[in-house]
Design a protein around this ligand. Structure first.
Ligand code: HEC
Length: 136
């Protein structure tokens, strides 16, 4: 009887411990999943033309590591179009969203030709760029 009680008790403790652990790790699990989804979306949608590793070379488009909060066309080692060079906005959610929806409509004359009609996908990419720019 004693042994049995002990068994019930100990398996209960384990159960409680497992439950506690999963509750505690749930939020970080979710955010890890989200940033992973953002990274995947970025690689699929932008990775052909843009790198994000610090110091990685520009491709057809400039490195976007620190783009969130950066003034448009401000990387010294990239040859931007006149359309962007004469711009004076900063890249934030408000300026990135219309740019990603239709870059050539947002800023006629740019050589980036990109359209993403799905607002969820644009949001994922913007959140991802923000997170890596904050991390520098
Ligand atoms: C087919 C290639 C291509 C794709 C795909 C592409 N871009 Fe670009 N991107 C460019 C080029 C080229 C420029 C430079 C445009 C210019 O100078 O007019 C640019 C410029 C930019 C800039 C301005 C950077 C600065 O320093 O001012 C941002 C922001 C940007 N792209 C974000 C994105 C994001 C986010 C995606 C994916 C959702 C994406 N681009 C997809 C080619 C691309």
């Amino acid at each position: 009887m004693r042994e049995c009680c002990f068994k019930v008790f100990s398996s209960h403790t384990k159960l409680v411990a497992v439950l506690c652990l999963s509750v505690l790790s749930f939020p970080s699990f979710i955010s890890a999943q989200e940033s992973n989804a953002g990274e995947k979306q970025f690689l699929t949608s932008c990775g052909v033309c843009h790198t994000v590793e610090p110091g990685a070379p520009n491709r057809q488009g400039p490195n976007l590591r620190t783009v969130y909060g950066r003034k448009v066309a401000s990387l010294e080692n990239f040859k931007y179009s006149e359309a962007l060079k004469k711009g004076d906005w900063t890249w934030t959610e408000a300026t990135l969203d219309p740019w990603l929806e239709n870059s050539q409509e947002a800023h006629p004359g740019t050589v980036m030709n990109y359209r993403q009609a799905n607002p969820e996908k644009r949001k994922l990419v913007i959140e991802y760029l923000k997170s890596i720019s904050d991390a520098k």
